[in-house]
Design a binder for this molecule. Structure first.
Ligand code: NAP
Ligand code: GFB
Length: 325
């Protein structure tokens, strides 16, 4: 190791959130921030090792000898991908999570921050949702595989803390979008799907654009660069095993329709938005409270939704040929 006292391994580092963290860290390095000068950051994707495989996971940790881990690697997808592959989401993510946390324990990693999601909370719940509710009932039927696998991260964190004194914790982001997102139609989340499909509609000169479902479900959307800053802050300053919700405010929740209108405006699409109600709506809402985060990190400000959408549409138009389509 060079002069740095921390080696931070980011699993899932080639994805939406991982690349946003890389952008934030690169900016900190450029500005000469003291903290980052003490840290070596390594961003890994599946080409560096398939984390479903215990031996490949061990080899990755042996190679990099991390002192800290941000664990993002996962099988990730939108509503329709989850509905069609609940078993795969469960098995792949159970394997990845068990391998990464076991390797972190064996390699005496000082701290691990793993990633849950607000979509894993119980479907029948009171609002706003908070961190104490993770296991209070079954998740929504559309993504039970992903949800139960994610909940086991919290179970593993508590087990490693009790049995081995490990400092393993987790954060719970709301829906994330931004540059380097997954824009493929088969697997993507709603925002990148609408951005990509509307780019096609503009190119084709379409007069109408179809949003799937009724457009009435509610979502809290966080810009990837904002969640990235919060991840870096959590790694450096949050030391409880209890999960921490990383979400925009409850009042920033928007309907799918509002998100589609913002994307229409950013694309300058002149056609009419129509709704394909033959497609599922999924969970109606999963409104989460960011009160605990606000109490710990008072000065944080979120990027306004419309600006974040505009930035992402601009990024997509400028990088379509390199994007995950
Ligand atoms: P993403 O863009 O799909 O990236 C997933 C990352 O995981 C990629 O770097 C991918 O590597 C890696 N990965 C997948 N399978 C792997 C395997 N078997 N072995 C090694 N690496 C593997 O996803 P994301 O949106 O950045 O998600 C990052 C984390 O945030 C995930 O834990 C996700 O559950 C969580 N999260 C996401 C959202 C959201 O709305 N996007 C919301 C809440 C929580 P390659 O691409 O190189 O294969
Ligand atoms: O992001 P999304 O796919 O997943 O959003 P969730 C689905 C909502 O957007 C549904 C509507 O109401 C869809 O009907 N929608 C409209 C579309 N047009 C489209 C489109 O072209 N593509 C997609 N995908 N949706 C996921 C969980 O739930 O949240 C995952 O299933 C993950 O496990 C993710 O945690 C964060 O927000 O419904």
């Amino acid at each position: 190791m060079g002069s740095e006292s921390k080696i931070v391994l980011v699993t899932g580092g080639s994805g939406l959130v991982g690349q946003a963290i890389k952008t934030v860290i690169d900016e900190e390095k450029k500005s000469g921030s003291a903290e980052v000068g003490n840290e070596k950051w390594i961003f890994c994707g599946s080409k560096d090792g398939d984390l479903r495989n215990k031996k490949e996971t061990e080899a990755l940790f042996e190679k990099h000898k991390p002192t800290h881990v941000i664990h993002l690697a996962a099988m990730v997808g939108g509503l329709f991908h989850n509905m069609a592959h609940n078993l795969d989401f469960f098995r792949d993510n159970m394997a990845i999570n068990d391998n990464v946390l076991y390797a972190s324990y064996k390699h005496k990693v000082q701290k691990v921050v793993s990633c849950l999601s607000t979509c894993i909370f119980p479907d029948k719940i009171t609002y706003p949702i908070d961190e104490t509710m993770v296991h209070n009932g079954p998740p929504h039927s559309s993504n039970y595989g992903y949800s139960y696998a994610k909940r086991m991260i919290d179970v593993l964190n508590r087990g490693y803390a009790e049995q081995h004194g490990c400092r393993f914790t987790s954060v719970i982001p709301c829906n994330v979008f931004g540059p380097h997102d997954n824009f493929s139609l088969a697997t993507s989340h709603v925002i990148p799907a609408l951005i990509r499909r509307m780019d096609d509609a503009v190119t084709n000169g379409d007069k109408t654009f179809s949003v799937w479902g009724t457009g009435s479900p509610l979502r809290q959307f966080i810009y990837s660069l904002d969640i990235a800053k919060l991840f870096v802050w959590t790694l450096r300053h949050y030391d409880s095993v209890e999960p921490l919700i990383l979400s925009v405010d409850e009042e920033d929740e928007v309907t799918i329709s509002k998100a589609a209108e913002a994307i229409k405006k950013a694309h300058g699409f002149a056609g009419e938005i129509v709704y394909d109600t033959s497609k599922a709506d999924g969970q109606y809402k999963k409104t989460a409270s960011n009160k605990k985060l606000r109490s710990l990190y008072k000065e944080f400000t979120f990027t306004p939704f419309e600006q974040a959408i505009q930035d992402t549409v601009t990024w997509f138009k400028n990088n379509r040929e390199h994007a995950r389509l």
